[in-house]
Design a protein around this ligand. Structure first.
Ligand SMILES: Nc1nc2c(c(=O)[nH]1)N[C@H]1C(S)=C(S)[C@@H](COP(=O)(O)O)O[C@H]1N2
Ligand SMILES: [Mo]
Length: 423
């Protein structure tokens, strides 16, 4: 009877140790991949790898359910052993809330098409918040508990070796004297990797920027300083734009770019519409700001979960530009080029003719800043914002399909928002 209980207890301890270990490795991977996915900086470097990383993050996030559920099965027992240890109980609850919160909000983000932008926004907020609260606590936990390696009697998660010394083996029965308790896995090894990786992720961008400076490349900060649309004359807002009829945008844009932020001035900026058109048109800035603009209020949704509501955009409807150039019969696709020289996307002719698809020049009554795609960006309110090409400077009408930058790297060709009036 006593032996049976003992065996049970040993098995239980071992299970807790391995749950804890699996959990630690998964959280480490998820934290690092999550930070890489979050940082706008890494978009340029990762490219296609970003989409792979996203799927790895999602699937391993789902795998995290296994240790959580497995722990919950053992929780009653573990809880009993924590009797009187209030701070450790609090720790367990904190970790469970963290993990379950991450998993649930992660699932909502993963299933963004089912849940829609409002739920994605909330989920992303929770996912980020838990990260900024949880990561420091986890790092602190990993570091402080190293000390416990030397005092295993203080640990609540112990293996059979810790509890009873070496496992007694062999034909001679239990002749081995119990040796000093040994940790089953080295938390120290884990921490070394975690700290190293953490430092690499945090300092990586700084290092690359420093390299850029060493090679005379302008840094992000220098671009940011040059952030307003510096083209002259400044566009004069229509009365609906100033003050913005939408009341001003709610939320903030995350600056996304897959290249360095390009900078434009009157000498190097132009806007062209060509391809299968009746007449190719090209404007310089003075000519482009003279075109008749309209105003719309619309929401802006990134597929990664954040949105900016009630943007008052002022610009030229894409359909107007297309009509000015005249469409040839074979033209089926509107290919959109960014002045960054890399990013492209496309719309079908029918989509391009939707009345809310706009070549925007102003946001909330002000020129669109350089970081946010100014002087001119596309706005596609019924589609996810990867269609919203920043630094738009060329439109080409073509016959064949064109697969855009992110679509080539795994994003869905169908960018419609849930509930959009698809055409
Ligand atoms: N040229 C260019 N346009 C782009 C992108 C980009 O990386 N480069 N990212 C797209 C994506 S995925 C989003 S969500 C929005 C983000 O716009 P913002 O950087 O102004 O917030 O721009 C879209 N247009
Ligand atoms: Mo996006």
């Amino acid at each position: 009877m006593k032996k049976g209980l003992e065996r049970l207890r040993k098995g239980y301890g071992k299970k807790l140790v391995s749950i804890h270990m699996w959990n630690a490795w998964l959280v480490l991977f998820l934290a690092l991949s999550g930070l890489l996915l979050l940082g706008g900086f890494w978009r340029e470097i990762l490219g296609e790898g970003r989409v792979w990383l996203k799927w790895a993050h999602i699937y391993l996030g789902l795998v995290l359910l296994i240790p959580v559920v497995y722990y919950l099965l053992l929780a009653v027992k573990h809880w009993r052993r924590l009797k009187g240890k209030t701070s450790q109980k609090a720790n367990v609850i904190f970790v469970l809330i963290l993990l379950v919160g991450w998993i649930v909000s992660g699932i909502v983000l993963w299933q963004f098409r089912l849940t829609g932008p409002r739920a994605s926004n909330a989920a992303l907020f929770i996912h980020d918040l838990l990260t900024w609260v949880g990561l420091p606590v986890i790092i602190y936990h990993s570091i402080t508990r190293t000390k416990w390696l030397k005092e295993p009697q203080k640990r609540t998660i112990t293996s059979e070796k810790d509890v009873t010394g070496e496992v007694h083996k062999g034909v001679h029965g239990n002749s081995t004297p119990p040796s000093k308790p040994q940790p089953v896995y080295t938390r120290r090894g884990f921490i070394k990797i975690a700290v190293g990786a953490g430092i690499a992720v945090t300092l990586g961008p700084t290092f690359v920027r420093w390299m850029g400076r060493a090679f005379q490349l302008p840094s992000m900060e220098e671009y940011a300083a040059d952030n307003a649309n510096s083209l002259l004359p400044e566009p004069v807002p229509l009365p609906q734009s100033a003050p913005p009829i939408g009341g001003g945008a709610e939320g903030s844009f995350r600056v996304y770019t897959v290249t360095d932020i390009p900078s434009f001035d009157n000498s190097n900026w132009s806007f062209t519409i060509d391809g299968l058109v009746d007449k190719k048109l090209s404007w310089n800035w003075e000519q482009f700001v003279a075109l008749q603009r309209e105003v719309q209020v619309s929401d802006f949704h990134c597929v990664t979960g954040w949105s900016v509501y009630k943007n008052t955009w002022e610009g030229i409807p894409l359909s107007k530009l297309i009509d000015m150039a005249g469409v040839q019969n074979q033209a089926a696709t509107v290919k959109l080029y960014s002045g960054d020289g890399v990013y492209t996307d496309s719309l079908t002719m029918a989509q391009a003719r939707m009345e809310d698809v706009m070549v925007a020049v102003m946001h909330d009554g002000k020129p669109i800043s350089n970081q946010l795609g100014g002087p001119v960006r596309l706005v596609t309110p019924q589609m996810y914002a990867y269609k919203s090409v920043k630094w738009l400077n060329r439109i080409e009408l073509i016959q064949e399909e064109h697969i855009g930058y992110w679509e080539q790297r795994g994003y869905d060709n169908d960018a419609w928002l849930p509930g959009a009036n698809k055409v």
